[in-house]
Ligand binder design. Structure first.
Ligand code: NAD
Ligand code: MG
Length: 379
């Protein structure tokens, strides 16, 4: 029996993970962690019977505890998240929290010898230099759930990493593909939340509309596959059929294709190296009229070039990039800043920062605090 711990169970990845577990008889849930959505958590507890749940917000946790009366143990805060990620009987953690709040629980899970099905990219972007050596030291598996990274992982199966000449990281281009800066000045939150191909949480949907998501994924790929930035190239593939490609020294290019459905990478990460029954729709080539490619527009979508810049500088700069973005997205969703201000703010925060080499976890969290404070003072 595979015993699964889910951090972020009420989110887009979290609920799809539960769907995968429901369809596989040899998997069960041992813990669930959420931020505050106790209504959905309650349904999940009734259906999946975890032993432990964490509601990060303490007041909500207390409210929740009253309604479940002894059905399940309830914890809260960072300690609670760590408890959910390190349960003795658990085998694998699905890291599906949004944001760099996931760093500590993910690191503690690895320290406790748990495998990780990994979606929470912000954690690897900011703390990859701490996490990857820990993964090696503890001999655990870090299995990518992000669709592009799952695709790359499959294309690397059985091959030699030294023979890879390039990773082609595909991107849909989001809802504003083809638009110029002037056309993007007044876009609304609703327009930005309208992704053409994927249904996801709000934060990543906005990240897709600015292409910051692809920037975060470039840095994520750098850590997961220990590739230099020069070997990671982003290419738009608007139909989201090719989930990414790996090119080898001899010119061979391997790709993973499929309909856009996150349950495939989730299931693959949970069952690796086994493949299970298909859950989503099959890819029907007879009905597929075209697969097209475009170069990304780095002038308009500054977020992507800033990510390469932050990644190449390294140290604490990716934390600045990510922390500034997390705050900027929250401000945009609150309608306090415009769409274009998001990338401008990231750039401004990066310019003001003197990078620290090889930052410790405490330094990373300190930088995050500083950036958030600087941005809060502004608005
Ligand atoms: P979402 O907003 O739908 O869900 C986020 C989940 O995290 C919720 O369950 C929420 O309760 C939980 N959460 C947030 N803060 C928390 C805290 N402090 N403590 C405990 N739980 C907390 O987000 P999502 O779209 O599922 O994305 C999750 C992660 O997966 C992100 O890092 C995203 O970039 C990545 N990802 C998502 C998709 C997708 O298709 N949705 C694809 C690839 C990667
Ligand atoms: Mg992705």
């Amino acid at each position: 029996m595979k015993k699964v711990m889910i951090l972020g169970s009420t989110g887009s990845i979290g609920t799809q993970t539960l769907d995968v577990i429901r369809r596989n008889e040899d998997m069960e849930v041992v813990s669930l962690a959420v931020r505050s959505n106790i209504r959905v958590l309650k349904e999940q507890v009734r259906k999946y019977h975890p032993r432990l749940v964490c509601v990060y917000e303490k007041e909500k946790a207390l409210e929740f505890e009253k309604t479940v009366s002894g059905e399940v143990e309830v914890v809260s805060g960072m300690e609670g998240l760590v408890a959910c990620a390190t349960m003795t009987e658990g085998n694998i953690v699905v890291a599906a929290i949004v944001g760099m709040i996931g760093i500590r629980p993910v690191m503690e899970a690895i320290r406790a010898g748990k495998d990780i099905a990994f979606a929470n990219k912000e954690t690897l972007v900011t703390a990859g230099h701490l996490i990857m050596p820990l993964v090696k030291e503890k001999g655990v598996k870090l299995l990518p759930v992000d669709s592009e990274h799952a695709a790359i992982f499959m294309c690397l199966n059985g091959e030699k990493k030294e023979e890879v000449s390039k990773i082609w990281l595909t991107a849909s281009g989001g809802p504003f593909r083809g638009k110029k800066r002037e056309e993007l000045e007044n876009v609304t939150v609703e327009e930005a939340l309208h992704h053409p191909n994927w249904s996801m949480g709000k934060k990543i949907t906005i990240d897709s509309a600015t292409m910051v998501n692809k920037g975060l994924e470039v840095i994520e790929a750098r850590w997961l596959f220990s590739m230099s930035f020069d070997k990671i190239q982003v290419i738009l593939q608007p139909q989201s059929v090719i989930h990414s490609m790996v090119e080898y020294n001899d010119g061979a290019v391997l790709a993973q294709l499929g309909t856009p459905d996150m349950r495939l990478p989730i299931e693959y990460a949970l069952c690796y190296p086994e493949r299970r029954e298909r859950i989503g729709e099959p890819l029907d080539f007879t009905k597929l009229s075209e697969i097209t490619f475009e170069n990304p527009d780095l002038e308009t979508f500054r977020g992507l070039s800033l990510a390469y810049e932050a990644g190449r500088i390294g140290g604490s700069m990716p934390t600045v990039f990510n922390a500034a973005n997390e705050k900027a997205v929250a401000l945009f969703l609150d309608r306090k800043i415009s769409y274009l201000s998001m990338a401008e703010l990231i750039e401004e925060m990066m310019k003001l920062h003197t990078p620290v080499k090889n930052p410790s976890l405490e330094e990373i969290l300190e930088v995050e605090k500083e950036i958030h404070k600087r941005m809060e003072d502004k608005y």
